[in-house]
Write a protein of this length. Structure first.
Ligand code: SAH
Ligand code: MG
Length: 925
């Protein structure tokens, strides 16, 4: 049996309330084992100590320090408790029998103690309304009023029977049965009223009435009726709370219950609104007078399942029968007036949304229509609550136990594979598996892995995630694993019709193990609410109107270009990996009536480009704008948005302005340390080779937004044809824009006009139109693909594209410490922040190689394809630790005549022409 033990802080609070003041101090503590490897050494970390003052009572402070603020506070409270000799379990009974006796006593005290009408207990608030009545109902309270406002009663009921936690009907029956035995209290069996056997003295009544003010004018409170029948939509109802009427009376009439004594109350359902609860009609059962076991059995027999309100039950985590009203009204300890607040459909949908991982994220960022749970975590650019906190909230809201994180240090020896030599590669990104990748982590002996376990409320394991990814910082390991689990749940909630059989797969390769029985048992209610029964078509899951698969990422890239852009092109635009700060508004536009409703507005919303952190179309829009430009676009409502407007003829209108862009760390570093910037130096390097070769044709593999092609137009060159290939349409669109501008100018100046083409495609695919060029460049691209893809590109480039010269550049990992130090001037906190995740220059990098790794790759490649290779670089000297960007220059060796035309196969043209100069429609040759 779970014992109700309060935390030290809660115990102090119980006694001293706001008198207890906690002061938490941040302390910098030296870290012994400086983070090894090439990342910035972090020599200090932040820890906390706490001082607790209870004026006039005591003042204590923690002798040691704690990693988390809340731990420091709890520790201080614990010290205070020990000093004060407070008994932890004071007056909480241990056995069901004791609890039962205590429950009887407590109810008795509510109604018979002389001073009850004078106390501040909110139950007196309820009572005072009934004391204003005359006649039959004077002083009669619905039993549910006790349920609604006394926490202790709940604790006692849970001790008597743990099922009480999930069952308001059971609680009601316990109170009913206990009240029958309580001295001085009478209950009526037919109506579930409870009242004092003796009338209160006029003085006591006067005092109660004075303290608990009545309602002078009737109050109108909006509430939501959630029908029991799933096909019926929730709808708004208006409660009219009038003078001298208990508020549950009006709720009863909305529920077609006889009177307020027949209304049951759930626990509160939303932390933010302390009195928001479900009210529902008491099912027609006879309460048996013994401890409530029989009641449960009885209900089972009557097969009452058919009237369970699934939506309300799912939200509250309790069993709720029949139609239910969700209302925010009640008496609290804080105030002597009835507290009310409106609840509307929006509130209801937000509660539902908040139960899902991405919903928690959206709501926490205050951006429901725009934010999406990002797919990557980096400490520097993650916005909103951390993945770990999100996962904890998710479990709490799904009424699961707290998730369990187990972060383990990984010793270096486990990574050393026999036969692999020399330098290691860093291990700190996804994609770099700790084991089995043939490289060692000699310089990274202390890496962390984190596994996550999700338990049911009863602490049964239902999901387990373990991973081979390891991280140089413990918190990164935890956050990344937490995010993986969140993403898993998010996907799961979007395809609830996943057949159960899928769960029975053996430990799956992606690290997840599901325990299907427990899992399905725990999520049964959730499944039925979100449309498990609806077969394969998620569109029919309109129980709540939310769920469908999200549009895939492909669609983002291919979405239409913006037509109306306001403002001058400032040249500063959000690129992959940068942080964009935008303002936006979203309107609902009803085509029929041509009216607009403002749904969401945000004057400062920051997100990382390329992390999946926002709605696809929005990101696509933002990347087409530069700072200070704005644009509008229209998007269809997805199933998820239908909750906002159940109409087909609606669209969402987005208006977006880019306010500020923070470049990825890589770019900032390259600019901070090099003059001209590293990217310029790479271009100049290419130009030198073009001139040497008298090259006339060039292909830039992975041209991105065209920085190289662009610069080539500024230099006098021998080039006649320049081509760019990239897999990102966004990048290519940028490139097309700026090339078009440049070439148009050149046209006016009558300078020579080369042919320029931009292709959309992957550099790992061969396209015969790019065969045998004079020069190929591939600058800072290979590190953006997995290592096997990088090798594939090398092979395809040298065996199929066969350029006379191929220039490949990639970051030199050994140079990183210098970059990081210079880019982050002595700002300690920034160092701390950036040291871990940006071990690599850009977190889109899948790897960064040391000089020897790069040379091994390139030498092997050259040898197998009849090329020579020379190594060079840009940025600083060739002394230790080498160039900032390392470069390999491959040269084709003479080959047989027969071989040379082998690859000119016109039929192999997978690339798509995205832009062409001069315009494709004008025949150019
Ligand atoms: N070469 C450019 C861009 C480097 S960023 C410069 O030096 O500025 C890396 C680029 O590689 C991105 O534009 C990305 O879209 C592209 N890329 C990544 N994988 C690719 C693939 N398989 N095929 C083509 N381009 C790819
Ligand atoms: Mg790069």
């Amino acid at each position: 049996m779970p014992t109700a033990t309060a935390t030290p802080k809660a115990m102090i609070h119980q006694r001293y309330g706001a008198k207890a003041v906690y002061r938490v101090d941040e302390v910098r503590e030296a870290v012994d084992g400086v983070c090894p490897g090439l990342a910035l050494p972090q020599s200090t970390r932040c820890v906390y100590r706490c001082q607790l003052d209870i004026p006039g009572v005591l003042s204590v402070s923690t002798p040691g320090t704690f990693a988390r603020k809340k731990d420091a506070e709890q520790a201080a409270a614990q010290i205070a408790i020990e000093k004060l000799g407070i008994q932890p379990t004071s007056n909480i009974p241990n056995t069901p029998e004791e609890a039962w006796k205590e429950l009887i006593r407590r109810i008795s005290r509510f109604f018979t103690e002389e001073n009850f009408p004078t106390s501040y207990h909110p139950l007196v608030g309820h009572l005072s309304v009934t004391l204003r009545r005359t006649g039959d109902l004077l002083g009669k309270l619905p039993i549910s009023a006790i349920v609604a406002c006394d926490v202790k009663v709940h604790i006692l009921c849970k001790i008597i029977d743990p099922k009480a936690e999930f069952d308001p009907l059971l609680v009601l029956s316990m109170i009913y049965n206990a009240a029958k035995q309580s001295l001085g209290v009478s209950v009526s069996s037919r109506n579930l009223w409870i009242q004092s056997q003796r009338p209160y003295s006029p003085e006591a009544v006067d005092l109660a009435l004075q303290r608990w003010s009545g309602i002078s004018d009737p109050i109108r409170v909006e509430a939501v009726l959630i029908p029991c029948v799933m096909e019926d939509e929730p709808k708004m109802v208006s409660l009219n709370i009038s003078e001298n009427e208990h508020y549950m009376g009006d709720i009863a009439s909305k529920l077609s219950a006889t009177d307020s004594s027949h209304v049951l109350v759930s626990r509160t359902v939303d932390k933010a609104s302390p009195e928001m609860r479900f009210y529902f009609p008491a099912p027609d059962v006879q309460f048996v007078s013994d401890l409530s076991k029989q009641l449960v059995d009885d209900r089972g027999d009557r097969n009452m399942n058919c009237v369970i309100n699934k939506r309300a039950s799912y939200i509250s985590g309790q069993t709720i029968y029949g139609d239910a009203v969700l209302a925010n009204v009640g008496y609290t300890r804080r105030d002597t007036e009835l507290q009310t607040d409106h609840v509307n459909l929006c509130t209801y949908y937000r509660i539902l949304l908040r139960k899902l991982p991405d919903g928690i994220y959206k709501i926490s960022k205050d951006s429901i229509l725009v934010a999406e749970l990002p797919c990557v975590y980096t400490r520097t650019s993650w916005k909103g609550p951390s993945p770990r906190d999100l996962l904890c909230s998710f479990c709490r809201l799904q009424r699961l136990s707290e998730p369990h994180f187990a972060a383990n240090g990984v010793s270096a020896s486990c990574n050393v594979l026999v036969g692999s030599e020399e330098m290691g590669s860093p291990k700190a990104t996804a994609g770099n598996q700790c084991a089995n990748d043939g490289r060692i982590a000699k310089e990274n002996p202390d890496m962390f892995k984190c596994s996550v376990k999700i338990y049911s409320k009863k602490r049964e394991l239902l999901l387990e995630y373990s991973t081979d990814y390891s991280w140089s910082k413990e918190t990164d390991a935890i956050q990344n694993s937490a995010l993986k689990v969140l993403i898993w749940f998010n996907r799961y909630f979007k395809q609830l019709n996943t057949p159960v059989e899928k769960f029975y797969l053996p430990k799956s390769t992606d690290g997840f193990t599901i325990y299907p029985n427990i899992f399905l048992q725990e999520f049964a209610m959730c499944l039925s609410v979100y449309g498990k029964t609806s077969g394969g078509d998620s569109r029919t899951c309109n129980a709540v109107g939310y769920f469908s698969m999200d549009t895939s990422y492909q669609q983002l890239e291919s979405s239409a270009f913006l037509t109306d852009i306001d403002g001058q092109d400032s040249g500063v635009f959000p690129s992959h990996g940068s942080l964009a700060c935008i303002s936006y508004s979203v309107h609902l536009f009803m085509k029929d009536s041509r009216t607009r409703y403002l749904l969401e507005v945000n004057n400062e919303f920051e997100f990382e480009i390329g992390a999946g952190a926002v709605r696809n179309q929005l990101e696509s829009c933002a990347t087409q704008l530069s700072v200070n430009q704005s644009a509008c676009f229209v998007d269809q409502l997805s199933d998820r948005d239908l909750s906002l407007a159940a109409a087909d003829s609606c669209v969402l209108e987005f208006s977006v302005k880019v306010l500020q862009v923070t470049e990825p760390l890589e770019d900032r570093m390259e600019k901070a340390l090099f003059n001209p910037p590293l990217s310029k130096q790479r271009v100049e390097f290419a130009v030198r080779h073009i001139n040497q070769l008298h090259a006339t044709t060039l292909v830039d593999f992975g041209c991105g937004s065209g920085s190289l092609l662009d610069s080539l137009l500024e230099h006098p060159t021998t080039l006649e044809k320049i081509v760019g290939v990239d897999i990102s349409r966004k990048g290519l669109t940028r490139a097309a824009k700026s090339l078009h501008q440049k070439l148009s100018k050149k046209l006016l100046l009558q300078t020579s006009v080369p042919t320029a083409v931009l292709y959309h495609g992957s550099v790992t695919d061969f396209d015969s139109r790019l065969y045998g060029f004079d020069i190929g460049t591939c600058l800072e691209v290979i590190e953006h693909v997995e290592e096997d893809q990088a090798s594939l590109f090398g092979n395809v480039a040298l065996s199929s594209f066969c350029p006379a010269v191929l220039i490949v550049s990639t970051p030199n990992y050994e140079y990183n410490p210098i970059l990081q130090r210079s880019a982050l001037p002595n700002k300690e906190e920034e160092q701390e922040e950036n040291a871990g995740p940006c071990k690599f220059r850009n977190h889109d990098h899948k790897f960064e190689w040391t000089r020897s790794q790069f040379q091994r790759w390139a030498t092997g490649l050259a040898a197998s394809h009849n090329y020579t290779v020379e190594f060079s670089g840009v940025g600083s000297s060739s002394d230790e630790p080498g160039y900032a960007s390392q470069i390999a220059v491959f040269r084709r060796m003479a080959r047989d005549q027969g071989e040379s035309s082998l690859n000119e196969d016109d039929s192999h043209q997978p690339y798509e022409v995205l832009w062409e100069w001069p315009n494709a429609s004008i025949p150019s040759h």
